[in-house]
Design a protein around this ligand. Structure first.
Ligand code: AMP
Ligand code: MG
Length: 383
């Protein structure tokens, strides 16, 4: 079994921002979920990924890079965050592979560098759903269990998710370099970033407006729109306490740590505007975002009439967001990852049974089909 060697274009361009590190040893690692079609798209051999050597690679045990970045978290600037539990494993076919939950890195501060298995499975499920509905997002290649238990609110099994992104550059990367780096570093970073993603800061704004407008369309609440979770590529990144609306409610917020509801559903456009200001975007956000939203809802409603769209949006509060759209002739998902169904699948996975998770995944990967089982998804939020 031969395996392609990864490339490391970002660490080569910006060595100051890439710290070599190695994933920690794991007691009894197991590859639980492998996205074989994605592996093949990237030119990675699924059979090799399932081998001991492949598993060690996915766990970062053959080495990788922890990337430095800063960021505004809940409005407060942190001058140095960085990958405290993740390693860049390399680039394949123009996509970066990153493994999260691999143990401590130079950026871990007080953290253990690990993550709960259920959170990793959740990222897999929701990011692959987002991809299936056509929203720009990081994708998921694999989830592994490590055989370790970690202390969170309870003692839970630990896991690792391997994700795939066009780039892991964030607004926070630019904040770090523009505030703490040299002008030469900033122009090198810009040259690298705009070489992959044309259009400079205006391009970032356009891609992010499109992505967040798509979130509004499917009722997605990211939950932690800190500037370190705001990608230069426009990909949805860092699936933490995210969730989908059941009942449409602009104030809906699913993150227990977001006590101010800063990142509530209806605030996402304003937060994006704020994040882009931290990047130094000076263009007309309001018209850029409203054009993006118009495009999304024209498609969903099957009409380009802007008045109709405004009235429609005003009529949504109190209705089930997904079902209200699913009945229209436009292009709308028939299923979303319902919060309680996801939770049930993850609780069962935590007990060692992956079957409900895999069933849930199978339905969610065909989001525009009405599932044969009329009881799927259960209409929580309506009862
Ligand atoms: P996040 O909320 O996942 O975007 O993470 C915010 C910051 O906290 C990033 O710098 C992470 O690398 C770091 N972090 C999160 N969880 C851990 C952990 N278990 N150990 C070390 N660092 C962590
Ligand atoms: Mg993050």
């Amino acid at each position: 079994m031969r395996q392609m060697k990864p490339e490391f274009p970002f660490p080569e361009a910006m060595p100051e921002l890439a710290h070599p590190a190695v994933g920690e040893a794991t007691p009894s690692p197991e590859l639980l979920v492998l996205n074989e079609s994605l592996a093949q798209e990237l030119g990675l051999d699924p059979e090799w990924l399932r081998s001991d050597e492949g598993i060690a690679f996915l766990l970062g045990q053959r080495g990788g890079y922890a990337l430095a970045y800063a960021g505004h978290q809940f409005g407060q600037y942190s001058p140095l965050l960085g990958d405290g539990r993740a390693l860049l494993l390399g680039s394949y076919g123009g996509f970066e592979l990153q493994s999260k939950g691999i143990g401590r890195t130079p950026f871990s501060r007080g953290g253990d560098g690990r993550g709960p298995l259920d959170a990793m499975l959740r990222e897999y499920l929701i990011s692959e759903y987002m991809h299936a509905v056509g929203i720009s997002t990081t994708r998921a290649l694999a989830v592994l269990s490590t055989g370790r238990k970690i202390q969170r609110r309870m003692v839970v099994p630990a896991g690792v998710v391997v994700r795939v992104a066009r780039s892991h550059l964030r607004v926070g990367t630019f904040e770090l370099v523009s505030r703490s780096g040299t002008p030469e570093m900033l122009s090198r970073l810009e040259e690298y970033a705009w070489g992959i993603f044309p259009g400079g800061r205006d391009g970032v704004a356009a891609r992010q407006c499109k992505t967040v407008a798509e979130w509004m369309g499917v009722g997605f609440v990211h939950g932690v729109m800190n500037t370190d979770n705001c990608s230069i590529s426009g990909e949805t990144i860092d699936y933490g306490p995210c969730a989908f609306l059941d009942t449409h409610d602009p104030a809906a917020c699913f993150s227990s740590i977001d006590t101010q509801k800063r990142y509530a559903y209806g605030r996402q456009p304003a937060i994006l505007q704020w994040n882009l200001a931290q990047l130094g975007f000076t263009g007309d956000f309001v018209s850029m975002f409203s054009d993006a939203l118009q495009e999304v809802f024209s498609r969903k409603l099957g009409t380009a009439d802007p008045m109709g769209i405004n009235e429609w949006f005003a009529s949504l509060p109190g209705k089930d967001h997904t079902l209200a759209h699913a009945e229209l002739p436009g292009e709308n998902p028939q299923v979303i990852p319902r919060n309680f169904a996801v939770q049930r699948a993850l609780d069962t996975a935590n007990e060692g049974d992956l079957a409900p998770f895999l069933e849930c995944l199978e339905v969610l990967l065909r989001p525009f089909e009405k599932p044969a089982d009329v009881n799927w998804p259960p209409k929580v939020g309506l009862v």
